[in-house]
Design a protein around this ligand. Structure first.
Ligand SMILES: [Zn+2]
Length: 285
């Protein structure tokens, strides 16, 4: 009996996301016996306590994590918080923390977990004061220690791990070009890779520059195959324990990208059970 109560308790305290799925499947079941209410509001991002999306986006360099996180944050109306941006913003601000940060960065040292967490807490508090709720974190946590500290600061409902095979990532990185005049980013790689282990084929169209930029394209000096592979190796080494940390909590959602943004976006929405949400959004627009 005690075990059952514990189980019930733990299921009632399980993540909002799980509850959302349970609620959604219950409402689907109910709709088979009763006609659906046409005016029923579809609010998957707020449970009865008004809690919103508190998600983390993981993914290796070059996977396009920032783009997906940013698009989702616009769709869901929650802030997209990239810790790299927080550091840059603080550096351009004034105050004791920004002085300390400037010193650290000037000495080429890594910004400590404590500083990142304090920037993040500050950002979340400011957002909350402005009436924001929920967030999509991008680029954080990078280590298990950061994930543990983050867990003390706030609840994480879902961790989306965006994945592409290594050879696709390498091709994609090697195709990157920047216009030396206007600073815009392009990609000349035309990717067509057969899917492995039952995964679908992956195709990505190049993002070609307009005529006025063609002659001014440059390649970043660190976009060489050796550097890209090393960057990925370092990333995997660090991220695997973080993935395991969230997997063991049942919060990790692995998502194999089928291609670039046009191919991946609808599939990602489907995987997040948001396809219906976007339809309603665009119908309302
Ligand atoms: Zn240009």
């Amino acid at each position: 009996m005690a075990a059952l109560i514990r189980a019930l308790r733990s299921s009632s305290s399980s993540s909002y996301y799980t509850n959302y799925f349970i609620r959604r499947s219950l409402s689907t079941a109910a709709s088979t016996t009763a006609p659906p209410l046409k005016s029923e509001p579809f609010t998957p991002f707020m449970d009865t306590k008004g809690k919103h999306v508190q998600w983390v986006f993981l993914g290796c360099p070059g996977v396009g994590k920032g783009t997906f996180a940013s698009r989702l944050s616009t769709l869901l109306g929650v802030p997209h918080i990239a810790t790299g941006d927080l550091v840059r913003e603080e550096l351009s601000a004034s105050g004791p923390l920004s002085k300390q940060l400037t010193e650290i960065v000037n000495q080429g040292e890594l910004v400590s977990d404590e500083i990142i967490i304090s920037l993040l807490s500050k950002r979340l508090e400011t957002g909350e004061a402005k009436g924001e709720s929920g967030f999509i974190l991008d680029g954080f946590p990078r280590t298990v220690r950061q994930a543990e500290i983050l867990g003390d600061v706030t609840d994480i409902d879902l961790v989306v791990n965006l994945k592409l095979p290594e050879r696709v990532l390498v091709e994609k990185c090697l195709g990157r070009r920047i216009c030396s005049q206007c600073g815009k980013n392009f990609n000349v790689a035309n990717i067509n890779v057969k899917g492995e282990n039952g995964n679908p084929d992956i195709s990505m169209d190049p993002l070609l520059p307009p005529p006025q930029c063609v002659a001014k394209l440059i390649t970043r000096s660190d976009d060489t195959e050796a550097i890209v592979r090393e960057r990925l190796r370092v990333y995997y080494e660090k991220s695997q324990p973080v993935e395991e940390f969230y997997r063991s909590q049942g919060k990790l959602m692995e998502f194999n990208l089928p291609g670039g943004l046009p191919e991946s976006w609808p599939k990602l929405l489907e995987a997040l059970n948001l396809d219906e949400y976007e339809d309603k959004q665009s119908a309302a627009a």
